[in-house]
Design a protein around this ligand. Structure first.
Ligand SMILES: O=P(O)(O)OC[C@H]1O[C@@H](O)[C@H](O)[C@@H](O)[C@@H]1O
Length: 291
């Protein structure tokens, strides 16, 4: 299998109309094929698993080894909410919160030849807190926006991330510009430091203090992605490397992706929602020709 083969591409090739629902590794997945391109969303986690603008390659990486329903899907854009990483005080709670393993409902959907929009709603995972995801896709950009609303009479604290897995030719072929010289928290070394990084082909788990755009250049794919975000001052860059990879990533795939995540983290920008307040975090992936 080619390193850039997407696990859902055969399902898209077999599609007759504009939409289809398939079961992939036990997960229910909604497929959409439009004039502008293709998109797939899993019911579990409202997770975008695939985005491919017309006449271009897939932007998102997805693992063939994803573990099955009830377990997080490895790839696409998992939603980490209402905590990012380990739970702040309860070690037996799931990594990255409750949203990515819950089944969401599609409550609105519109398509035209230029673009598509979807709104999905999570079940009530926390009393009095609502969670919606808005997705917009066209032939140039994918935008994913997660909105939390506090309907309680007390404040509610969250951390969160839009944990994008980006398809690469190989981690040895990439450059990342934007956060690379900013201050960061190194989760592997458990210390704060400052970036001077120009090599990305190694295990890394970093939370950069960074609120601007990130540019990802891939010389192998001859592709440049711009990753913009809103309401986030933490940019997480993660790849597990080959020493102790998760079981749901094939060894041959470890260098085929990197995660660049728009986040609100405990380290730099935790969010506290006042009663009645809502907050939206977003990430926008834009495919651009190489400079
Ligand atoms: O295996 P999970 O729960 O999907 O997490 C993957 C990684 O996600 C990253 O966002 C975290 O910074 C890492 O610490 C973590 O290992």
């Amino acid at each position: 299998m080619s390193p850039t083969h997407h696990p859902l591409s055969n399902y898209f090739s077999a599609m007759q109309g504009e939409r289809s629902t398939v079961i992939w590794r036990g997960y229910k997945v909604f497929l959409f094929k439009q004039i502008w391109g293709e998109l797939a969303i899993a019911e579990q986690g409202a997770q975008v698993l695939h985005y491919q603008p017309k006449d271009s390659r897939a932007l998102l990486w997805l693992s063939e080894e994803s573990a099955g329903p009830g377990k997080a899907i490895r790839g696409g854009i998992p939603l980490c909410w209402p905590w990012f990483g380990a739970h702040p005080s309860l070690p037996d709670q799931p990594s990255h919160g409750l949203a990515r393993t819950a089944n969401w409902s599609v409550i609105e959907e519109t398509h035209n030849s230029e673009q598509s929009h979807w709104t999905l709603r999570a079940p009530e995972l926390v009393d009095g807190i609502t969670l919606e995801l808005h997705i917009r896709a066209d032939g140039v950009q994918l935008k994913v926006q997660l909105t939390t609303e506090n309907k309680r009479s007390q404040a509610y604290p969250i951390t969160q991330a839009l944990h994008s897995y980006l398809q690469l030719s190989d981690t040895r072929n990439i450059q990342i510009h934007g956060p690379e010289t900013e201050a960061y928290y190194d989760k592997l070394a458990q210390c704060y430091t400052r970036g001077q990084e120009h090599h990305w082909d190694m295990a890394m788990d970093r939370i950069y203090q960074h609120q601007g755009d990130t540019r990802l250049l891939d010389q192998g794919l001859k592709r440049q992605l711009n990753i913009a975000k809103e309401n986030s001052q933490s940019t997480v860059i993660w790849n597990p490397g080959s020493d102790s990879p998760p079981a749901d990533i094939a060894p041959s795939q470890l260098s085929a992706f990197i995660c660049i995540e728009a986040a609100n983290t405990e380290q730099y920008d935790p969010v506290t929602l006042a009663p009645g307040q809502s907050v939206s975090i977003s990430t926008t992936l834009e495919h651009q020709p190489p400079e």
